[in-house]
Design a protein around this ligand. Structure first.
Ligand SMILES: C[S@@+](CC[C@H](N)C(=O)[O-])C[C@H]1O[C@@H](n2cnc3c(N)ncnc32)[C@H](O)[C@@H]1O
Length: 232
């Protein structure tokens, strides 16, 4: 697996709580060396740091889990990114550490102040207090992007990804985490994932899927690319 430029494995030492035993160090599919996934930037969520490195905790980040599990995200670094479901900035701050312009959409006002704090040292991180189900409300701000990252814990996650495909370049990637319980707590996760993948098709070609356990239970990581029609 290739990590994007700006993301690497770094040994934080004892206090850094490196990922031994989590399936990353030594035997993880995504093992690019010893230590823990890290980017360089100001800390955001109390994560361990070592100089300019900050640990990217895959237990707290679906995209971090996708990278730690060795999924082929297609990320190279310096991409233009649209992130849906930014919350307080845990994951999108790591994205902004290695990406170019990074638009962060979040509709809840409460986590916004933490997200704004994360933007202070990241001039490339653009917070948008918007509903990801209404892309027309931010279409005038967001330029075409190389990667659409989505982690919205809401019903209709595939629909949200379809609605936002308009921003994705033809050769871009959708990196989606689907949470089965947000769709229907009563159904088997595999059935929920099958329906969501069916819903994506037409707008996206699914390239890879992987359950995000042991980091996130009942979540599916999806890498997809837009189909030719209707993209920028
Ligand atoms: C699981 S949390 C995201 C965690 C975040 N991605 C991270 O790793 O740091 C899901 C977030 O999606 C947001 N959300 C849910 N539905 C949304 C929508 N329609 N538009 C924008 N944000 C939404 C929620 O408010 C919540 O903050």
């Amino acid at each position: 697996m290739t990590l994007p430029d700006g993301v690497e494995y770094h040994v934080f030492g004892d206090s850094g709580d490196d990922d031994e035993g989590d399936g990353i160090e030594g035997d993880g599919k995504g093992d690019d060396g010893p230590g823990s996934l890290a980017t360089r930037g100001e800390p955001v969520y109390g994560e361990p740091t070592d100089g300019e490195y900050r640990r990217w905790d895959p237990h707290r980040s679906k995209l971090g889990a996708m990278l730690a599990l060795g999924m082929d995200t297609g990320l190279a670094g310096a991409e233009t990114a649209l992130y849906l479901g930014a919350a307080a900035g845990t994951t999108v701050s790591h994205v902004a550490d290695f990406a170019g312009p990074t638009y962060a959409v979040e509709f809840a006002a409460r986590p916004m102040s933490d997200l704004l704090d994360a933007t202070e040292s990241r001039p490339n991180l653009v917070p948008l207090l918007k509903d990801a189900r209404q892309p027309a409300t931010y279409a005038h701000v967001v330029e075409p992007v190389d990667v659409l990252v989505q982690d919205v814990a809401t019903r209709g996650q595939a629909r949200v990804a379809r609605l936002n495909s308009q921003f994705l370049r033809e050769d871009g990637r959708l990196l989606l985490a689907i949470k089965s319980r947000s769709e229907d707590v009563t159904r088997a996760p595999d059935d929920v994932f099958d329906d969501a993948l069916d819903d994506l098709r037409g707008e996206y070609e699914v390239l890879e899927t992987e359950r995000l356990s042991p980091y996130h239970e009942d979540h599916l990581g999806v890498v997809a690319r837009p189909t030719a029609d209707g993209t920028l």
